[in-house]
Ligand binder design. Sequence first.
Ligand SMILES: [Zn+2]
Ligand SMILES: [Zn+2]
Length: 142
Amino acid sequence: MVEREYYINSLKRSNYKITPQRITVIDYVKGHSPGHFTAEAIYNAIKSEEPTITLATVYNILKALQSAGTIHSLEVNGTTWFETNTKFHGNFVCDVCGNIYDLDIDEASLLEDVDRDGNEIKQASLILRGVCRSCRKKEADR
Ligand SMILES: [Zn+2]
Ligand SMILES: [Zn+2]
C-alpha cells in the first residue's frame, strides 16, 4: 500500500503546493490503487466533500501526478483513464462491463520481438479488448 506521502512528495518535487483539494484527490487515487479511474469518477465521488472543486481542477491534479511519474494514463474509447500501476502491463478492456484489468506482460521480451527488424521501440502501450471472465460467466449462466 503506497502512502499518501509518496504522492504528496511527488507533487512537491514538481513544485505544486499541497492544498486540501489536492489531498482529497490523492486520497481517492490512493484508495483506488491498483485500479483505473477517470477524472469524472473522482469529481463525482469528492464533490460533496470539496464543493468548490471543478472537473478541470481534478484533471489538472491528475496531470500533475502523471508528470511527477506517480500515475499513468491511457485512452479507451476517447476517455482518459488514470492508474497507479506505472509498471509496463497490458490493459484488458471488457467491452461488456467496461472494466479494465491489468495483465502482466514482459516489456523486455515484447520490445525484443518488435525490434527484430531494425526498429527501436522505446515505449509501448498495450490495450487488449474482449469480454472478461465474469461477463462470460454471466452470459453462460443465462
Ligand atoms: Zn466484463
Ligand atoms: Zn492498467
